[in-house]
Design a binder for this molecule. Structure first.
Ligand code: SF4
Ligand code: SF4
Ligand code: FES
Length: 241
């Protein structure tokens, strides 16, 4: 079977503008987009740049835009795509480093700001921590995030406000807010009670729509907003008493 690929190319060191380059790819086997890209790079054009690692939808590094849809290249089968050519573009809202590889630093910087690890009371326990199943259910979907950046890239707020923490970081914060083992005071999160935090979201749910791991970041952001309102009301009543 023959496939035509149209891939966005850009090397900021030598190209004035991004451009599309076409490749013909032939295979008789079931292949993923990532496998096709690897063969194109190995057999036709060793200058083609893209990222990958696990090849099985775990590491999140092969996120890109495939025929206009955000996805992981390793989980999209060639046969599942009906239109030709297959158009491949890098994630948007992030600077292109080369071809399909983008600079993920703003995404990870937002993630670092929410300190995405447990802050237990009294330090780490040697024997680990038990957590009830019903508590686990509340945070389970957020644990599935593989930090691919699709939601960040698809978010319309990120495209106009670089201060916005973005859906993945805010959803991750909610995961820790709901985790009974995490004991940091919610009052620490003044940064989230802002337009760059939970109140910046336009609630257009694009992040829920594009997540390849079925995480629903916008649900976490809405829950964070409810939590911020409840905390505010609690403080008002405490002050009045
Ligand atoms: S729901 Fe909020 S965080 Fe998600 S894509 Fe829309 S604006 Fe961005
Ligand atoms: S929430 Fe989904 S789309 Fe966003 S970074 Fe995590 S896995 Fe990717
Ligand atoms: S290569 Fe790891 S998610 Fe695709």
């Amino acid at each position: 079977m023959d496939y035509k690929f149209r891939i966005l190319r850009y090397d900021p060191l030598k190209d004035e503008y991004p451009y599309f380059q076409d490749y013909l790819y032939e295979t008789q086997e079931q292949k993923s987009i990532l496998e096709a890209l690897m063969e194109i790079r190995n057999e036709q054009d060793c200058t083609l740049a893209f990222r990958y690692s696990c090849r099985e939808a775990i590491c999140g590094s092969c996120a890109m835009v495939i025929n206009g849809k955000f996805n992981l290249a390793c989980r999209v089968e060639l046969d599942s795509l009906e239109s030709s050519p297959i158009v491949i573009e890098p994630l948007v809202n992030l600077e292109i480093q080369k071809d399909l590889a983008v600079d993920m630093e703003p995404f990870f910087e937002a993630m670092r700001q929410i300190e995405p690890y447990l802050h237990p009371e009294g330090g780490l326990l040697e024997k680990g921590y038990r957590i009830e199943e019903r508590e686990m259910d509340k945070i389970f979907q957020y644990i599935n995030c593989i930090l691919c950046g699709c939601c960040y890239s698809a978010c319309p707020v990120i495209s106009r406000d670089e201060r916005y923490l973005g859906p993945a970081a805010l959803a991750k914060l909610y995961r820790f807010v709901k985790d009974p083992r995490d004991k940091r005071p919610f009052s620490n999160w003044s940064r989230v009670n802002t337009e760059a935090g939970a109140w910046g979201c336009d609630t257009v749910f694009k992040c829920n729509e594009v997540c390849p791991k079925s995480v629903r970041p916008a649900d976490g952001i809405e829950a964070l907003r409810r939590k911020l309102v409840v905390e505010k009301i609690k403080r008002i009543f405490k002050f009045k008493r």
